[in-house]
Ligand binder design. Structure first.
Ligand code: NOJ
Length: 557
């Protein structure tokens, strides 16, 4: 197995807007990241993924880019970015940035020019159609048609909000612009890119009429718009022109790629270094993507999805693993549902969160933690729909009401799934606004910051933060690299469906087993440890092969 820096990296997704505010405007900024680099370094992070920081009207929190070469003044300046890149390098932390290349903001000068002047070259950068009627009936990800009428009889296409018009990758001039942008940032010193919504760039089925899948007469763009035939040509060209011959990495948000096709995406000669798989992150949803359609999943299904994903990726290349990101609710709530510990239940909270930590840090692939996961942050209670900022959440609330769901229930569904759960300000301390800002925070601060915060956990050597620190150190330890990073993964079949168990094996036969009891029961599991490397019952021997409630461990056998 070829060694690469990005296979060994410990990633951390940083949602800039909520990380640390230094200028009292209520939103995080680049100087805030610089200030907190020591915190990340101490945790053991070696790769930062920073969410979009470009000038943007923030209709979708920066995933609507108005200038790919700039920094939004609310986040700082290009000088701040350069300083961040150089300080991160000193701290041996690589930085990758989010590239949103499926669409721009409708305020981007390209789009403005395209609207103003149909003869300009920028008209070709987007997808316009002359038509009396809506040209097709795909439903955009944030609700309503993918088509918006720019003027009478002229439509443009958007996979996401109408303020996020899709780019036309068929246009060679547009592709050349994209290549220029990627090269610009590589020259600035970033180590690679997270490629947003990249499997939507080739348009196909969504341009034609489809069988409606809902009362609105539309059909979900997910199944019609992702991974369309011919996408590989664009992706291969991008890789060849911008990335070949560099040691930069790419991690693609790649929904819609079936496991059988993964080789093309992440194999030897694949388009990307790795992709994010959504199969188990979306276990709580039924097909169609409506949050009110919650799936009644079991641990047995969770295990099946995890190992199907891990084994398919391992056969064909390299993957990225995560339990949380800025589009998901918090993992404690997602995976333990009504059994999830409240912040007050300190012991149970530690056990559940550390069990997930052992699971994540044992999997094969580049690990990405999401900010606050190292503290065991939980979902934030939102008591009215007006408290949410996220446009997706507001749309999902409306969808629930339209499906005749009572407002109280609709609010519960969006509370469970809202992307704002993971976007609440980072709790640096138990003080006012969780130490995130001296100003007015842009989004509600989770009221439990008095119990779950970085200061308290940094000081407490028994905290989740320090448990993560130990697991990260273990994963980075040269003695275990062959096993924990490069080793094979194989499920250990366990009768109790609430126990997730697997082994990682190096080519020389060295084996580490990972055991995670997801239940509140004591379980007999038949474990035989030669040496315990990590155990969330800190010091308790795993005697007689028994796992305590929520016990999780890594053992040498
Ligand atoms: C995926 C991003 O992760 C999400 O936050 C965003 O809303 C959409 N892509 C559109 O860019």
């Amino acid at each position: 197995m070829e060694r690469k820096w990005w296979k060994e990296a410990i990633g951390y997704e940083l949602y800039l807007k909520s990380f640390k505010d230094t200028n009292e405007d209520g939103i995080g900024d680049l100087r805030g990241i610089i200030e907190k680099l020591p915190y990340l370094k101490e945790l053991g992070i070696s790769l930062l993924w920073i969410c979009p920081f470009y000038p943007s009207p923030m209709r979708d929190n920066g995933y609507d880019v108005a200038d790919y070469y700039g920094i939004d003044p609310r986040y700082g300046t290009m000088k701040d970015m350069e300083e961040l890149l150089s300080k991160a390098k000193e701290a041996e932390i690589r930085v990758i940035i989010d590239m949103v290349l499926n669409h721009t903001s409708d305020q981007h000068p390209w789009f403005q020019e395209a609207l103003k002047n149909p003869d300009s070259k920028y008209r070709q950068y987007y997808i316009f159609r002359d038509s009396k009627e809506r040209p097709s009936n795909a439903r955009s990800c944030f609700g309503g048609s993918v088509w918006e009428e720019a003027e009478e009889g002229v439509w443009y296409y958007h996979t996401f909000a109408k303020e996020q018009p899709d780019l036309n990758w068929e246009c060679p001039l547009l592709r050349a612009e994209i290549h220029k942008i990627l090269k610009f940032w590589l020259e600035k010193g970033v180590s690679g890119f997270r490629l947003d919504a990249i499997t939507y760039i080739k348009k196909g089925a969504s341009l034609a009429m489809a069988e409606p899948d809902g009362p609105d007469g539309l059909h979900d763009v997910g199944s019609l718009g992702q991974n369309q035939p011919g996408i590989g040509e664009f992706l291969k060209e991008m890789r060849q022109v911008c990335l070949d011959g560099t040691d930069a990495m790419t991690v693609a948000e790649a929904p819609g790629v079936p496991y059988e096709e993964l080789g093309e995406f992440i194999g030897e000669d694949g388009y990307f270094s790795m992709v994010f798989d959504f199969s188990y992150a979306d276990i709580d949803l039924l097909p169609g993507g409506n949050w009110y359609n919650q799936a009644p999943w079991t641990f047995k299904e969770l295990k099946e999805l995890i190992f199907k994903s891990q084994c398919s990726v391992q056969k064909q290349g390299w993957g990225a693993v995560y339990l949380e990101n800025h589009d998901q609710s918090r993992s404690l709530n997602k995976y333990f549902r009504e059994k999830a510990a409240a912040a007050e239940e300190k012991e149970k909270h530690f056990l559940q969160a550390s069990a997930l930590a052992v699971l994540l840090m044992g999997l094969r692939g580049t690990v990405f933690l999401y900010q606050g996961e190292e503290l065991g942050m939980v979902n934030c209670p939102f008591s009215s729909v007006d408290e949410f900022d996220d446009l997706n959440t507001k749309d999902q609330y409306q969808r629930a009401l339209q499906a005749d769901i009572e407002p109280e229930k609709a609010l519960k569904y969006v509370n469970d799934r809202s992307r704002d759960n993971s976007r609440t300000p980072f709790p640096w301390s138990g003080e006012k606004n969780a130490g995130f800002t001296q100003g007015v925070p842009w989004l509600k601060v989770n009221p439990d910051h008095t119990l779950i915060n970085a200061r308290q956990q940094s000081e407490d050597m028994q905290s989740l933060y320090h448990f993560y620190q130990k697991l990260i150190a273990l994963r980075k330890d040269p003695a275990y690299l062959d096993v924990l990073v490069y080793g094979k993964i194989e499920e250990i079949p366990v009768e109790n469906e609430g126990v997730i168990a697997f082994c990682r094996t190096a080519p020389d036969g060295k084996e580490i087993q990972i055991w995670v009891n997801m239940t509140e029961e004591k379980v007999s599991a038949g474990i035989h440890a030669r040496e315990v490397l990590a155990d969330n019952y800190q010091g308790t021997e795993i005697e007689n092969g028994i796992l305590m409630p929520y016990q999780a461990c890594m053992i040498l056998v």
